[in-house]
Design a protein around this ligand. Sequence first.
Ligand SMILES: Cc1ncc(COP(=O)(O)O)c(C=O)c1O
Length: 431
Amino acid sequence: MTIRIADHLPADPDRAMRLALDRTMAEMKGSRILGIAGDVQAMQARGRRICNLTVGDFSPAHFRVPDALTDQVQRAMAEGHTNYPPADGIPELKRAVADMYARDLGLDYGAAGVCVGSGARPPIYAAWRLFTEPGDGSLSFLPSWNVGYYAHFCKTRHEFVRTTADTNFFPTADQVAAALPGKRLMYMNSPLNPTGTAIDEAVLRDIAQALVDENRAREAVGDKPCMWIYDQVYWRLTSGDTRHHNPVRLVPECAPYVIHVDAVSKWLAGTGLRVGWAVLPPYLQARMKGFIGHMGAWAPRPIQQATAWLLDRPELVADYLSGLQAAIDARLRRIHAAVQEMRAEGLPIDAIAPQGAIYLSLHVDMIGRGFDTNEQIRTWLLEEAGVAVVPFQAFDMPEDTGWFRMSVGAVGIEELDEALLRIREALRRRA
Ligand SMILES: Cc1ncc(COP(=O)(O)O)c(C=O)c1O
């Protein structure tokens, strides 16, 4: 006889869940973006055409991973590469990543400084666990992707430092220097999700120097340093003249403190392939390997095999990247140009020119002009223009500023053009 589990579960599942869970887990917040995606799906189910600019992902209908990568995954499967990989990645991939960092970023860590995981998230979480204890200070900048969740899991005393559009939503070196005392971990991401902006070279250099100064002073009195997660998952996706900058390249003395985080998720459009890595001082790598091993957050072996093969062929990667960048740019520039036209017409809208990643910061300047909150503007855009965007509150920025993230990974150009027309019409009706 089969036991029907539902007959043996409590009548009040919410109460049972609250009683069963650890307090930190019970208090874990759901993703705001997934909530918005639910709204979009509900409207689509009612037959509404929605241009969905909420997903920080690539739709394979528009963006494919390199064909050679697909072929190599199939080959690796056929050859039987299906057993456990080493906990920190297969040696071929670690070496291929190290070679790419030496060749393209000018950073020679060697394979011993690479720790592979199933995407960028496990190395990020591992770094939080490696360097913080409950009650330690941690630091990041607003708006930013997901950091609040990690701070919550690790029970750190987290400080979010707010940034503004004037600095492309990056902190100034003075803000960082003022916030560093008492912190054990700082997280920074460039090109930045959600804004599509990239950090300025001089600012990054000064921030790196501020960290070195802070940590040297701590070392002198035997205090623990502040470590720095530098999340560069979008580093190979920069627009136009924008260049990606790296703190260790600018100030090599910060090398002992920096944990780079990277993945094939974004710049090979392979979010579902689950291959990422940290690049960090080799003496810290072994601990990260241990932690990722215990989580079982290995990247699938056939995909590691294929990724190593591709990274060893930089000309193929460069070729693919130029096509990918052109397709992303076509979309981001389309939005930016249309928004500038609307602005020239006197409509209350603006956007920051694309610099990197797959995002654009959109400013709908209507707070205090018929709208009190970003949420009201978001719902209005969805209902009146059939366009779904994500307010910066989903990136921990509490204020109602009229700023939104637009993500172009899941839309085609035609669909985008129609959506931009609908936005223009909705704004005109409102004016
Ligand atoms: C800045 C940033 N870091 C890390 C990640 C996570 O990457 P992965 O899917 O490889 O875990 C994302 C995903 O959206 C991201 O935007």
